[in-house]
Design a protein around this ligand. Structure first.
Ligand code: CO
Length: 145
């Protein structure tokens, strides 16, 4: 199996602070990471669920993909699913060889130091899929002790 885990579920939200408070109130969620990713036009907050995350994404500009999703969807919703893989580059190459349509032709930097690549929903069962390689997990796997 190329996919090792569900790394995160990405939610598109209109208001990051409200979305954080909602998850805190309902589930006692804790924010473990915040980051602003200018190339993607989003501000994110990660809420930990065991070894996985809910990734809340608020657009930082009108032309960001998440802003367009909110518009199309008529409000917040599940934007993408992030699958943890050992090697994004190798996984992407293998999927492309099988004719899978991709958003990112090459792996690129994601949040929290991960390397990521998105697959196009057309050809991925209608779901926007993000492949995520987390270097901290690779280090943990190979570190002595
Ligand atoms: Co993501």
């Amino acid at each position: 199996m190329l996919l090792q885990r569900i790394d995160h579920v990405g939610y598109a939200v209109e208001n990051l602070e409200e979305a954080i408070r909602y998850h805190q109130r309902l589930y006692g969620a804790e924010v473990v990471h915040r980051e602003r990713m200018e190339p993607d036009g989003v501000a994110e907050a990660l809420l930990a669920i065991g070894d996985s995350f809910i990734q809340l994404l608020e657009p930082t500009r009108d032309d960001s993909p998440v802003a367009r999703f909110l518009e199309r969807n008529g409000g917040p919703g599940v934007h993408h699913v992030g699958y943890g893989v050992a090697d994004v580059s190798a996984t992407l190459t293998r999927l492309k060889e099988q004719g899978v349509r991709v958003v990112d032709d090459h792996p690129r930097p994601g949040s929290r130091g991960c390397t990521v690549a998105f697959l196009h929903p057309k050809g991925a069962m209608g779901v926007l899929v993000e492949l995520v390689e987390d270097p901290s997990l690779a280090d943990a796997a190979t570190a002595p002790g």
